[in-house]
Ligand binder design. Structure first.
Ligand code: BV8
Ligand code: ZN
Length: 250
């Protein structure tokens, strides 16, 4: 099946369906200039995730971890949503039930205009106290200097989910419920390697959903999906929306 055939098949399904759920990963932000994690030139190629995206890493070297996150926050603040993010906003206007779950921590879906984004791994542009968990958005975070909590003087950290940390209960439970009750599940720009997020497409398929993957490279999910579109999401998603509109707005 050619890529165009796959796009047409996805649009056939979207026209017929009532309930669509999308799970996005770092690949969706790649075309905004934000490095993914596991691509050859990704973050984990340069930095050790256990050293940087973990409680032990922060406890053993808070200055290094903090400045690594501020380096990433600067990249995020200087980037903007790409056509893939903008196309996902249009999915909200197809008068279907559409839910967006993301593993991304960059806030680009919200900046593009997506509503009710389910953030499984938190947000790099929000900070909290390592000790009492109080959110410290309002505190002026001095970039490369460690900051202390105004309530308990604990260290301020990024409000993201590190390896070994539980995901926010409300978000992961909602995501599992959405995956269980959806007609179509789209896995977009994710290597499907990080759990429990990587369970979601499996849960959806087991509960009868059509499973679609949008990813220019093969992943460990690829053999399991019903339709694969091997294009960057910034190209594939606008093509899907354009074809959908062409077919439905007569
Ligand atoms: C937890 C936030 C309880 C911080 C991140 C089984 C069950 C439960 C847990 C585990 C389990 N097995 C192992 C575990 C532990 C661990 C885990 O999953 N490890 C993996 C590596 C095996 N999980 C956890 O620790 C989770 N906590 O479950 O707590 C527990 C704990 C321990 C043991 C049992 C239970 C916490 C996981 C969250 C970690 N936090 N980040 C930060 O960002 O700094 S992980 C990080 O990976 C990001 O959040 C990212 O979103 C996530 C997933 O990566 P992807 O988004 O998929 O990105 P990746 O680079 O991998 O892939 C990009 C893809 O895009 C590629 O496929 C590429 O081909 C594609 N692409 C590239 N360009 C494009 C594109 N696609 C489309 N268009 C393009 N243009
Ligand atoms: Zn505190």
């Amino acid at each position: 099946m050619t890529t165009n055939d796959s796009i047409n098949k996805v649009v056939d399904i979207l026209i017929e369906t009532k309930n669509i759920t999308a799970l996005t990963g770092a690949g969706v932000s790649a075309e905004s200039g934000i490095a993914t994690f596991r691509d050859p030139e990704g973050l984990w190629a340069k930095f050790n995730p256990q050293e940087l995206a973990s409680i032990d890493g922060f406890m053993s070297n808070p200055e290094m971890v903090w400045s690594w996150y501020q380096y990433r926050v600067n990249i995020v603040n200087n980037s903007r949503p790409n056509p893939g993010h903008l196309a996902l906003v249009e999915f909200q206007n197809l008068n279907k039930v559409f839910n967006l779950i993301t593993q991304n921590v960059d806030g680009l879906h919200q900046r593009a205009g997506s509503d009710n984004v389910v953030e499984l791994h938190g947000s790099i542009i929000r900070n909290k106290c390592f000790n009492c968990n109080e959110i410290h958005q309002e505190t002026i975070i001095i970039e490369n200097k460690l900051n202390n909590c105004k309530y308990c003087n604990g260290l301020i950290r990024p409000d993201v989910v590190w390896f070994g940390e539980m995901l926010p209960e409300k978000e992961i439970e909602l995501a599992q419920e959405l995956a269980t009750n959806t007609d179509v599940f789209m896995s977009i720009g994710t290597s499907a390697e990080v759990y429990p997020a990587a369970d979601l497409p499996i849960i959806a398929k087991r509960n009868g959903a059509v499973l679609i993957e949008i990813n220019p490279y093969i992943t460990q999910l690829s053999n399991y999906v019903d339709i694969r579109i091997d294009l960057p999401s910034g190209e594939a998603l606008p093509m899907i929306i354009d074809e959908y509109k062409k077919r439905t707005l007569k």
